[in-house]
Each structure stands twice: as structure tokens, then as C-alpha cells.
Write a protein that binds this ligand. Structure first.
Ligand code: NAD
Length: 480
């Protein structure tokens, strides 16, 4: 069976302790490759390589670093089909989604931050009659980037590209559930001319490899995307070591629909914002609040469309939804559907595991599920499910919609549908979220700040926010 390897000091290598863990294909439920179960020894090797590489990488000009990142972007693009197939197989998502979203976005992430490396500038502050301050921004040194399984290469590259563009050396760990495209990236890195040791990719569990990254004293910053519980643990571990932290965590995003919206556009987009990637996007709207006068019309049209979404294996060109990422995750999602029923919810469509024909009969498929009749403050409506399950709830006033939308511990994103301009901006202003979409969803501009409030995280990624996170500012004042 194929064994994937770590990528340390510019070379693929086996884990020091020689241990591997299974990598399961969600579409079939079968183990299809083994991944290193790395430990602190592997992290220590990577840090030693990064330490050697840092003077070389940070000593390059932004233009030189940008040129290498651009070659990585082109290198992924050149091998698009291979990356797409690997992402889809590893994650269970339809091939078409990996081909249109995941891998093109990884290409864009490297491209975008390659140009940022050339355009970066720092501030100066003139003090009348006193002097001038100027601020330098230097790379931090060695940084750790830890990413989740839902958008594997997309989110992995979203972190490492700005970290590298700003001159840091990186120890990166993809999710042990979806390691394959990060493994393939090593080949592109080799061909790009990046000096050995600048980017090191360690595979393994959060418990061992992830924890070793967070605890290593020479890793000075941690950029993490994943669950809120894990983020809390990382914050608790890293804060006493005064590490810089960027935490992109869970969500329970509201989708607020007013009766005066463009119905056709809203319904089409709401199906997508509920079930794209099997509902496993941190930005999916899982709580749908609909103005009462529109509720019945919405419910009929929405349930009709959702019940027609084809759930199939990822290579089926008709698949609108593939497998969820793992058996434990499938069980978790199904348990929340049971909880919703206990809490008084009515399943309007879905609610069950889907069994496909062999060889996909043991795959992790769940029918897209719509539930109504739940209180806004019940567990189903408060806890992150992160699967193909949404609830629909009517509201009577804007105040009530906002109260329900803001009632969770989370605050990542929100979507608002209305053609009343003032109301759109008012609701955007009052909804507790780091990202708000008005009459659209998941339209991304890589320059904008990305991240959440409350238990959805600390800090922002994207554009200059990311470049600033991965640098240390020093202010110098010279008097007249
Ligand atoms: P997770 O927290 O279980 O794992 C994320 C990563 O952290 C993995 O690489 C894992 O190995 C590692 N990890 C786990 N425990 C660790 C530890 N103790 N120390 C160091 N590393 C550790 O999350 P997941 O299940 O992979 O991803 C799903 C979660 O990610 C959801 O909650 C989702 O909302 C969130 N997410 C957030 C965003 C965002 O931008 N805010 C984006 C995507 C996903």
C-alpha cells in the first residue's frame, strides 16, 4: 500500500519512529494509503532545517521570493488534474468541486501572495516639529501552520503562502484525514527552486505532530484553522510561550431571508450555501431564518430543490454531493439529526445515511437534510454540526431575526437577503460576524479580512492582515 512521506529539508522522508496511520477513502470506506504518524522528533528535524534556511530565505528580496511562489502556483496549475483527483478521493467531495473550487483556489493563493511579496510596504508617521517614525516589518522566523480537512489544499495554501511571502520558514501540518494534496505539493516545491528547509510538511495527528508544533519553543507563531475546542487548547498551550496566534475556528452561520428578496437568486444560492461540500464549509449557512410571510413559499421551493440533489460517489459527473469526510464525522452528523428529532424538530427531507451500489456501499453518504420546528436556542441550533444539515425557522421582525442570529457562541459569517438597501446595511452592521454577504454567498476577494468574532476565532487572514500577522513590526523614531 502507498505510504506517503513527510517533506523535510527539501526531501521526502519517512517518520523517525516508523509509525503510520490509515488514510480512508470516504467514497468507499476503505483504507487506501498510509500516512506518517509523526512525532516531536520529526518536528525537531523540520525545525533544524528551517533554522538553517531562514537566513537564506529572509535574506532574499520580495521579488525573488515572489518569483518562487509564482512557480509553485504555476506548478500546481500544470498538474491540475492530478491534484483535483487526489483532493476528491481524499476528501469525498465531487471531482467537479475540487476542479472548480479547491485546486484553482490553491493556485490563486500562491499567485496572490507571490505578488504581495513584491508590493508589500510599511508605514511612516510624521510628527510635526519633532521627527519621523518609520516602521519596519520583518519576518518572525519559523512559524507553524495547521489546517483542517474540509478544504485541504485551499486552506493549507491560504496559510503557508503569506507566511512564506513575508520571509518566514514554515513547519506545516495538513489534517491527518486529508493529507494527500499537501504530500503532492512537495514535488511542486522541489521543482520551484525554493531553498531546502524553507517549507517543511509534517503529517500526523493533532495529538502528536500538531501538539509538537504548538509546543516547540523555536516556532514563534501558530496559524491554525480547525475546531473551536482545538483552538482553545492551542491558545492555552501557546499563549504562555508568547507565541503570536491566528485562530480560525468553528461557526454556526445564520442566513437571514427577508420577504422582499430576489426569490430565485436567493433560493438557488441558499441551496448552495447550505450543502456545498456536503455542508462542510466553515462558511455554510446552517441556520436559515425566513420572514414569516415568505416562510411557506420558501419551505416548499427549498425542500423540493434539496430533495433533488444527487448524492453520489465523487467521480460521478452527476454528483451534486459526495461523501462526508469520515465515518466518525458521519456518525456525529447523524447523531445531531437524532438530537433534532428529540428536541421536537421535523425532518422535511433527508435525515438518513445513503447507501450506494458497490464498490461505494460502505462510503459515508448522508442525504441533504432540512429540519423545521426547532427553538432557536436548542442544541441543534446552537452547536456546530458541520455537515449536510440545516434548520429553517420563521421570524416576524428584524429585531427577532438578529436576536436569533446572534444567539450562538459563534460569529464567523452571515448572509442577508433583502432588496431594502438600508435594511441590508443595518442588519450587516448589527449581526455578530466577521464576514457578511448581502444577497450573495462565498464571493471572495483575497484582499479582504477573513475571520470570525466570539468563539469563531482570533485575528484575521487575507491580504495585508495575513502579511502583518506573519511579520514583527519595529518602530524607529528619528528627531529633527
Ligand atoms: P480539528 O480542530 O479537529 O483539526 C484541525 C487541525 O488541527 C488538524 O490538522 C488536526 O490534526 C490539528 N490538531 C488537532 N488537535 C490538535 C492539537 N491538540 N494540537 C495541534 N494541532 C491539533 O478540526 P477539523 O475537524 O479538521 O476541521 C473542522 C473544523 O474546522 C470545524 O469546526 C470548522 O468550522 C473549522 N473550520 C474553520 C474555518 C475558518 O476559517 N474559521 C475554515 C475551515 C474549517
Amino acid at each position: 500500500m502507498k505510504r506517503i512521506q513527510n517533506f523535510i529539508n527539501g526531501e521526502y522522508c519517512d517518520p523517525q519512529a516508523g509509525n503510520y496511520i490509515d488514510n480512508v477513502e470516504p467514497a468507499t470506506g476503505e483504507v487506501y494509503c498510509l500516512i506518517p504518524d509523526s512525532t516531536e522528533e520529526d518536528v525537531a528535524m523540520a525545525v533544524a532545517a528551517a533554522e538553517k534556511a531562514f537566513p537564506i530565505w529572509s535574506g532574499m528580496t520580495g521579488e525573488e521570493r515572489g518569483a518562487i511562489l509564482m512557480r509553485i502556483s504555476l506548478g500546481i496549475e500544470k498538474r491540475m488534474d492530478e491534484f483535483v483527483a487526489a483532493e476528491s478521493r481524499d476528501n469525498g467531495k465531487p471531482l467537479s468541486l475540487a476542479a472548480h473550487v479547491d485546486i484553482p483556489r490553491a493556485v490563486s493563493n500562491f499567485h496572490f501572495f507571490a505578488t504581495a511579496a513584491e508590493h508589500v510596504s510599511s508605514e511612516s508617521h510624521y510628527m510635526e516639529g519633532v521627527g519621523v517614525n518609520y516602521t519596519t516589518r520583518k519576518p518572525i522566523g519559523i512559524v507553524g501552520c495547521i489546517s483542517p480537512w474540509n478544504l485541504p489544499l485551499y486552506l493549507f495554501s491560504w496559510k503557508i503562502a503569506p507566511a512564506l511571502a513575508s520571509g518566514n520558514c514554515v513547519i506545516a501540518k495538513p489534517s491527518e484525514i486529508t493529507p494527500y494534496t499537501a504530500y503532492l505539493l512537495g514535488e511542486v516545491i522541489k521543482e520551484s527552486g525554493m531553498p531546502a528547509g524553507v517549507l517543511n510538511i509534517i503529517h500526523g495527528t493533532g495529538q502528536y505532530a500538531g501538539d509538537a508544533i504548538v509546543k516547540h519553543p523555536k516556532i514563534k507563531a501558530i496559524s491554525f484553522t480547525g475546531g473551536t475546542k482545538t483552538g482553545e487548547y492551542i491558545a492555552r498551550t501557546a499563549a504562555p510561550m508568547f507565541k503570536k496566534l491566528s485562530l480560525e475556528l468553528g461557526g454556526k452561520n445564520p442566513n437571514i431571508i427577508f420577504a422582499d428578496c430576489d426569490f430565485d437568486e436567493m433560493i438557488k444560492t441558499t441551496v448552495r450555501s447550505s450543502f456545498a461540500n456536503q455542508g462542510q464549509i466553515c462558511l455554510c449557512g446552517s441556520r436559515i431564518f425566513v420572514e414569516r410571510s415568505l416562510y411557506d413559499k420558501f419551505k416548499t421551493a427549498f425542500v423540493e430543490r434539496v430533495s433533488k440533489l444527487t448524492v453520489s460517489h465523487p467521480t460521478d459527473p452527476n454528483a451534486k454531493m459526495g461523501a462526508v469526510v469520515s465515518e466518525p464525522h458521519m456518525e456525529k452528523v447523524l447523531s445531531y439529526i437524532e438530537l433534532a428529532k428529540q428536541e421536537g424538530g421535523t425532518v422535511l427531507t433527508g435525515g438518513n445515511r445513503v447507501h450506494l451500489e458497490a464498490p461505494y456501499n460502505n462510503g459515508f453518504y448522508i442525504a441533504p437534510t432540512v429540519i423545521e420546528g426547532l427553538a432557536y436556542d436548542c442544541r441543534t441550533n446552537q452547536e456546530e454540526i458541520f455537515g449536510p444539515v440545516v434548520t429553517i425557522t420563521p421570524f416576524d421582525t428584524e429585531e427577532e431575526a438578529l436576536m436569533m442570529a446572534n444567539s450562538t457562541v459563534y460569529g464567523l459569517s452571515a448572509t442577508v437577503w433583502t432588496s431594502d438597501l438600508k435594511r441590508a446595511h443595518r442588519v450587516a452592521d448589527n449581526v455578530q460576524a466577521g464576514i457578511v454577504w448581502l444577497n450573495c454567498w462565498l464571493v471572495r476577494d483575497l484582499r479582504t479580512p477573513f475571520g470570525g468574532v466570539k468563539a469563531s476565532g482570533v485575528g484575521r487572514e487575507g491580504g495585508w492582515e495575513a502579511m502583518r500577522f506573519f511579520t514583527e513590526a519595529k518602530n524607529v523614531l528619528v528627531t529633527f
